[in-house]
Design a protein around this ligand. Sequence first.
Ligand code: HEC
Length: 101
Amino acid sequence: MNTKTILALACFISLALTGTARAADMHTRVIAATCMACHGPGGKSLSKDIPDLTGLEQDKFVQLMKEFKSGERESTIMHRHAAGYTNAEFEAMGAYFAGLK
Ligand code: HEC
């Protein structure tokens, strides 16, 4: 491969990756928005019965979601919300909520 081909490929790959990153980000924001119906706008809960998600550490978030999904952690409603998502989605949502102030 000559330098031009390598450069063109590098451009193509970085463009492709940017596209994926954006798509994932949109997907994460859309699913996270469904949580905000209860956990409040931006993950800041408006009710004392529902915990905040804002600023929750990613690892802690992922652990809680896995425990809700498996039923290991008692919940009134969260086992149903956790059931529909994959571990990759828990990771992505965790990073998103951890980044919210
Ligand atoms: C219908 C209301 C409702 C929706 C929608 C909802 N939650 Fe919850 N969430 C709760 C309640 C209530 C609790 C307390 C545990 C329980 O009783 O289920 C909770 C607890 C949690 C906790 C534990 C927090 C802690 O510090 O203990 C996490 C994490 C969480 N929810 C994440 C989410 C995510 C992510 C979504 C969206 C995929 C979501 N929730 C959607 C009501 C909701």
